[in-house]
Design a protein around this ligand. Structure first.
Ligand code: ADP
Ligand code: MG
Length: 250
């Protein structure tokens, strides 16, 4: 299957089991959402997919385009086309957004072709400005240090910019909506919408329904206590917004 397939995944953090058998399929071309209360294991799933060393997979598997990624290093997963936007992006003072993105592109292209000599500055600039325009970003952002003093909205936009430039085939967006005011939320969501295509699967992790008004997921999954307890159409998100999580039982 093209896309992401998570099979009976169990994950521990510091010897505590957090995910208790997650099954999930996100086919290429579809947008899926995972909603759930805080502390339920949503970020744990995102970190496990990326291969964060703190998260130990004790059972199960995750396949990207039919191939297991669980034995791979984080950068290898990324080279296979997996992209993760984290809830709390880190600041890197001294590294500009443009430099960061250029390095990311070069690393990715070199993984495909070891002889690749690196993207030229004019070619890179053209690509970055094109994608920035798509995301309604000020070109000056490229010269600022990565996430250093960025507002919540700016951080998220830079993440989506990175996604736009790396052209992944599976994007996992962990609480991309958190801390955004309604205008920033709309711009970020529209940015994600412009990147949608039949080859890209998108998994949006969120606590709130509001970003889903813009992203219009094909399927909504509900996670409670480290398990998917319910899956359904977009109306499921609306019901959660109205009635809270009390009615879905783990
Ligand atoms: P969510 O993203 O859904 O809010 P998280 O994946 O961040 O949830 O956290 C899931 C659970 O894992 C929480 O109950 C949290 O307390 C627990 N957790 C996170 N880190 C650790 C740790 N180092 N040791 C034990 N439990 C942890
Ligand atoms: Mg989280």
């Amino acid at each position: 299957m093209m896309g992401l397939e998570i099979k009976n995944l169990y994950v521990e953090v510091d010897a505590t089991e957090i995910l208790h058998g997650i099954d999930l399929k996100v086919p290429a071309g579809e947008v899926h959402a995972i909603m759930g209360p805080n502390g339920t294991g949503k970020s744990t799933l995102a970190y496990s997919l990326m291969g964060h060393p703190k998260y130990t997979v004790t059972k199960g598997d995750a396949l990207l385009n039919g191939e297991s990624i669980m034995g791979l290093a984080p950068e290898e997963r990324s080279h296979k086309g997996l992209f993760l936007a984290f809830q709390y992006p880190v600041a890197i003072p001294g590294v500009t957004v443009a430099n960061f993105l250029r390095t990311a592109i070069n690393t990715q292209r070199k993984s495909v072709d070891p002889d690749y000599h690196g993207i030229s500055i004019p070619e890179f600039r053209k690509l970055m400005l094109e994608k920035m325009e798509l995301l309604d970003m000020d070109p000056k952002m490229g010269g600022r240090y990565l996430n250093d003093g960025f507002s919540g909205g700016e951080k998220k936009r830079v993440e989506i910019l990175q996604m736009a430039m790396l052209e992944p085939n599976m994007a996992v967006l962990d609480e991309t909506d958190s801390g955004l005011d309604i205008d920033a939320l709309r711009i970020v969501a529209q940015g994600i919408n412009t990147l949608k295509n039949e080859k890209l699967g998108i998994l949006v992790i969120t606590h709130y329904q509001r970003i889903l008004n813009y992203l219009k997921p094909d399927v909504v999954h509900v996670m409670v206590d480290g398990k998917i307890v319910e899956s359904g159409g977009p109306d499921l998100a609306l019901r959660l917004e109205d009635e809270g999580y009390g009615w879905v039982k783990a």
